[in-house]
Design a protein around this ligand. Sequence first.
Ligand SMILES: [Fe+2]
Ligand SMILES: [Fe+2]
Length: 281
Amino acid sequence: MKLVHISDIHISPEPILDLDPIDNFLKCLAHVEEHQSDADRIVITGDLTHHGLAESYDRLKEILAGSSLTGDRTPRLMIGNHDSRENFSAAYPGASRDENGFIQWTEDTPAGVFVYMDTVRDGNHAGSYCSARRAWLEAALEGARARGKSAWLFMHHNPTAVHVANADLIGIADEAELKALLARYRDTVRHMFFGHCHYTLSGSVAGIPFSAPRSTNHTCWPDFSGNAARMGHGELQPNYNVCFLGQDDVVVHSIDFLDENKVRWRETNDEGWITELPNAS
Ligand SMILES: [Fe+2]
Ligand SMILES: [Fe+2]
């Protein structure tokens, strides 16, 4: 199964750190439409907007309404700490919620059960996965396990500290409790996907592998000095991930979509002659 994982699009009418998030998301979407139109699912793991403005959700709706990505490929939208639960819900009244009003749900896919988790704590950039949400997650994972299905977890916040001081200030509360729960289901959960940090990440938590793309707009530079007041940014490459979810393997590619026009192509024919192709995809 082919999954496109996009994160942190931060739709905003104003530039962010001198970068235009709408222009960059349009470029990302155009790249996905052109090169990943065979994806089985497309997920955007939060920070859909920069300030949670109603007009930004309207703009996002308008952009997605004009996209060729429809049906199963309609991007699944999750909220992040820069979003407004209220304004998102007003723009997407049909969005799935659990019985406590959290925007989290599950979906059966060819690879197993996709579990979309709501880690947002209202009014705070740090995340939370409170006991009510953990009970919901446990029921979801128990359900997947009972049906002999794999589970794939999606969330906005990083489920573990990333050793960058300014990011770890706004990580997820309840980290230990979440990890304890995950450890009990490491036979069921195949992979975790998140965003929030704005750099490409991979690793594991509670024995479960994870991956995260940067952002489609303002990439951050990881700084390990321990200085929480420091944040690296600039004209750095944004990206999205293309993930192949196999029966017994997972492969994650990082796509620096703004680099596409730098790619040169060559093709080798049966006789071994190499032809350099024009500089276009
Ligand atoms: Fe973000
Ligand atoms: Fe975030």
